[in-house]
Each structure stands twice: as structure tokens, then as C-alpha cells.
Design a protein around this ligand. Sequence first.
Ligand SMILES: [Zn+2]
Length: 167
Amino acid sequence: MRTVICEVCLKSKILCNACQDKLNKGMTTEDEIKIAKHIYKLSEKMRSIRDVEIVKIINSNILIIVTGRGDAPKLVGKSGSVVKKIAKKFKKPIRILEQASSFKDFVEELIFPTSVNGINTLYRDNEEILRIRVPAVQKNHLLIKPENFSEIISNFYNKKVELVFEI
Ligand SMILES: [Zn+2]
């Protein structure tokens, strides 16, 4: 299994220098490591997820796991067998997404089943902000709270995001 930390660290209680460095630089968090370790533990019993790549884990009001291309179905498991185990452990809904080729694709996957009217770039105080326009009628279908949505995107892409609802 490939995750943000190396396989040795997934099994160990202490981090190697390279992984500790990632943690210090903010490329990962204690929380992400804890969840990655749990999934790794599951992989010891579940052969099907042994070769899965986990690109990023974001712990928000839902737990978002971004996998490498083609790996999402494996992490979901047959009839959701794997994802159900993860959900039970962390007691929150799980969303599994594959790494997208573009920012727009990622946003659309993340926001699904809500649709995106468009994404605009604007500048405020010399800062780039991406404004994601969503139909107001679909507001209640959002699985992720708007404030968490911005947090997730900035976590993943290092971009500032605003979600606006259009009537
Ligand atoms: Zn390591």
C-alpha cells in the first residue's frame, strides 16, 4: 500500500526521518497518519487493498480519501465491505475519490451529486480566489458543508475557494 508515509512507518510507532520531515513541513498531519495506519492494518487481512495508493486523507465533517487512479473501487470493496469497516472505525461518512487530472474534475467529483455551474478566478487583496458556482436549488444536496469544502480544497490544492449559490 502506498500512502503519504512510507510502508515502514505505517507499521511502526515512530516515524523515519523522511516521514517526520513531511509531518514537520505540513505535507501530512498526525490525523492523516493515524487513518492511513488503520487502513494499512485492514490491508493485512484484506488482500484486495494491498496495492492501493492513497494520495490524501482529509478528515472533515466527512472523511475523504483520495486514491490513485483506478484504486477507488478497491478501497470501496465488494458491496462496500472495505469502506464500511473504515466508516465504523471513524464513525463518520466516507467519501472515496480518485485523483483527478484537473482541478475542475476534482471539484466536480467532490461536490457530486451537486452540479457545478462554473468556476471563476478572482483576485482580492492580491490573493487568488476560486469561486465555485453551484445552483442554489441543490444546496441541500451538498454532502460536505460549504465551509469544509473550502478547507478541503485548500488542503489539497493550496488554493482559496469560495462556494457561491446561484439562483
Ligand atoms: Zn517513513
